[in-house]
Design a protein around this ligand. Structure first.
Ligand code: ASP
Length: 338
């Protein structure tokens, strides 16, 4: 008797991996056109790996995806898993994978693998990487050793944790890197290898209702000579939270401090680093605008979460009506689990 192949649901959301031209030469650029069915049909090597259940979920550039799309996607993924899928693959544009994969890791309640992938070279180019990425993503989604690792990003034969992965290059097929911890593993000869596993995952967040508009959270990168005038505008513009990508270990120019101090008295302000790796400091520097100064004024340290990921967490916490103490607690847990 032959063992049945694992069933893997494949959701397509658009992006480069799905982008082709309209066939008329010179009429201006590729756009997302292919759905999940066409994407998996282009990878004959999938035969014998899994039984695929393609779902055309969205057809867009990934910068146009919204939190509402992700809440709906998380629900649809859970439904497929409840119906018996062994794992799930999501194909989408790479531009927002570092955010969408992290949001899914906070929203999908199931240990079975959810694997996000995409492509840097569209299907009209020589060496298009979409088919190889879909194949290794499905192989990882089938792998029992990929269970319980939270949402994964599989790209260029590497396996990354959603929590740490970043898009680091505009065009390289090796764009996805996890600068703080490295990849969890890789795929070789079709076999997923998990070399490292996170010690724990961040607590799940209940799916927010999308009946009402989700709260807006601003992300502000601090730069040389900044004076804080944008910080003064944050509440007036209707934002309900702010994530600050600060210098180095958690520092801003002294002349920004007053604005941040005032804002943190009204809405949650989260402190991250613009460096892209490592952890925000909490107890080293004492100058005005240092991490100690800002935390004493009520800013919330994000640990290893970078600005994009901290913004995802803060948005979902606000959307599920966490108050400031609940938000502090959630970020404290995120820091402990770093
Ligand atoms: N350049 C993008 C991609 O890699 C486009 C997008 O994110 O939709 O797919």
């Amino acid at each position: 008797m032959t063992t049945p192949l694992p069933q893997i649901a494949v959701f397509s959301l658009g992006g480069t991996i799905a982008s082709t031209s309209d066939g008329q030469a010179g009429t201006g650029g590729v756009t997302p056109r292919l759905g999940a069915r066409e994407l998996v049909a282009a990878v004959p090597q999938l035969e014998g790996v899994a039984t695929l259940d393609p779902v055309a979920f969205r057809q867009t550039a990934s910068g146009d995806l919204t939190f509402e799309d992700l809440v709906a996607l998380a629900g649809a993924i859970e439904q497929k898993l409840a119906d018996g899928a062994a794992g799930v693959v999501v194909t989408q544009g790479t531009d927002s994978i570092e955010e969408t994969s992290f949001a899914l890791s906070l929203l999908v309640e199931d240990p079975r693998p959810v694997v996000v992938t995409g492509a840097m070279r569209n299907p009209t180019l020589a060496g298009a990487d979409g088919p190889a990425n879909i194949l290794s993503a499905v192989q990882v989604a089938c792998a029992p050793q990929a269970q319980g690792l939270g949402t994964l990003v599989v790209f260029n034969d590497e396996i990354h944790a959603a929590r740490y992965v970043r898009k680091t290059h505009t065009s390289s097929t090796a764009t996805f890197q996890s600068p703080t911890v490295g990849p969890l593993g890789w795929v070789v000869e079709g076999r997923p290898r998990i070399a490292l596993a996170p010690t724990a995952s961040l607590p799940l967040i209940a799916k927010p209702s999308t009946e009402e508009t989700l709260p807006a959270v601003a992300l502000l990168t601090v730069s040389l000579g900044d004076d804080g005038r944008l910080v003064d505008q944050v509440m007036a513009l209707g934002y309900q939270g702010l994530v600050v990508e600060s210098f180095g270990g958690g520092h801003v120019p002294a002349r920004m401090v007053a604005a941040l101090d005032t804002l943190a008295a009204s809405i949650p302000v989260v402190l991250t680093s613009r460096t892209g790796a490592g952890e925000v400091l909490t107890e080293t520097y004492g100058f005005p605008g240092s991490e100690r100064d800002l935390l004493a004024r009520g800013l919330i340290a994000a640990g290893t979460l970078d600005g994009l990921k901290a913004r995802v967490l803060l948005t979902l916490l606000l959307a599920t009506r966490h108050d400031v103490s609940g938000i502090r607690e959630a970020f404290a847990r995120a820091r402990e689990l770093s």
